[in-house]
Design a protein around this ligand. Structure first.
Ligand code: FMN
Length: 350
């Protein structure tokens, strides 16, 4: 499968097109809308979330609620568009450190940074959540599920501190990042491959996770901690039980060995940097006058770690769904499930 997104933060709408979905997959719009709502929530989000209530509009590829095998096109309208479309806004010339503003303007020869920031904005993640929701619907057919949780915000590991830290950052015109964990359950052994670098499952997941706006690090299982421990404390011993097959007592590998899923839950953690738009702006230089100045401020979140967790689930769901289709094939959901069941029976008998 493949997908593309289009659309700007204050443009008319966001668009996502998915190619390669099997037919007869029930597209549960209510579920997609609930996922979109999840992305909009979380403590520390800015004023935009009060304006937008994202809703999916299916344009093509679905008939009587089910996919036909044709490309699935989806649209999410930007409710803020009506406030922007006729507005005369001066050019943005004061780039924000940590955003695409400066490198994007130089690369694309733009003197109005708005032409860069509108597309670089994480508003695009609404389209990715829509795509990921469809992937989740496919995975549901195979009894594969994903969940996520926030582990840290602003360096604090305990939830009770987060609200206070976020309020403090807000008061000080500052922003916060954090750490998110995603767990994928029910993944069969053998997704991905050791045989070629660009087929390794951990590499694919890391690529998609890193593609999310603001994500700066990714680890699997014990992750960076594994580098500090001896092998005897890291690798998951192998055991076997009649009727149940091979199993492990630990999951330090985070469900992936040699670029392949090993049947254990896949455990991924991602680090998100603090939001780069600060109410107390950072030093910058005006690209028109070259004078030292402060970066622009545009309505923004204090932190978006909870929302990012939802986006990360979506991109991970996409990778796993895509790998399932690659491995088990099938042009309809029925064919996919038949192939899947045959494979699971084979694994049990190995
Ligand atoms: N950055 C902002 O400046 N303001 C925001 O309101 C904002 N909201 C975000 C919401 C979500 C769900 C995510 C995932 C990110 C958000 N970001 C926000 C982060 C920026 O989009 C991100 O830092 C920027 O695109 C540069 O990231 P990069 O250096 O990782 O590419």
């Amino acid at each position: 499968m493949r997908y593309l997104t289009a659309g700007e933060s204050h443009g008319e709408a966001l668009i996502a097109i998915i190619e390669g979905l099997p037919s007869n997959l029930f597209i549960d719009a209510e579920f997609i809308n609930k996922e979109l709502e999840r992305r909009q929530k979380g403590y520390g989000r800015g004023g935009r979330m009060a304006i937008e209530k994202d809703e999916i509009h299916i344009i093509s590829g679905v008939r009587d609620g089910k996919t036909t095998g044709a490309p699935l096109a989806m649209e999410i309208k930007n409710r803020d568009y009506k406030n922007w479309k006729d507005k005369k806004v001066p050019p943005v010339t004061r780039p924000r450190p940590g955003h695409a503003d400066l490198p994007g303007s130089i690369k694309y020869n733009q003197r109005d940074i708005r032409n860069i920031l509108e597309r670089a904005s994480a508003r695009e993640t609404a389209a990715r959540v829509a795509v990921g929701s469809v992937a989740k619907l496919l995975l549901k057919e195979l009894n594969i599920s994903l969940k996520s949780r926030v582990l840290e915000i602003g360096g604090a590991k305990r939830e009770e501190k987060w609200k206070r830290l976020i309020e403090k950052a807000k008061k000080e015109g500052d922003t916060l990042g954090g750490i998110i964990e995603i767990v994928i359950e029910g993944v069969p052994v053998g997704l991905g491959s050791h045989a070629q670098w660009d087929r390794k499952l951990d590499a694919l997941l890391a690529y998609h996770v890193m593609s999310v706006q603001g994500i700066k690090g990714v680890e699997f299982g014990l992750g960076f901690e594994a580098a500090r421990l001896p092998g005897s404390l890291v690798h998951d011993d192998i055991y076997y039980k009649e009727n149940e097959g091979f199993y492990r007592k630990t999951n330090n590998a985070g469900g992936i060995e040699g670029g392949m899923s090993n049947g254990n839950p896949i455990v991924i953690r991602a680090a998100m940097k603090p939001i780069p738009t600060l109410l107390r702006p950072l030093d910058s230089v005006d690209i028109a006058t070259k004078e030292e100045t402060k970066a622009i401020y545009e309505r923004s979140d204090v932190t978006a770690v909870e929302a990012a967790a939802c986006v990360l689930e979506a991109v991970c769901a996409w990778v796993i769904a895509d790998e399932c289709l690659k491995k088990f094939g099938g042009d309809s959901v029925e064919e996919l499930k038949r192939n899947y069941d045959t494979y699971l029976a084979y694994v049990r008998s190995f």
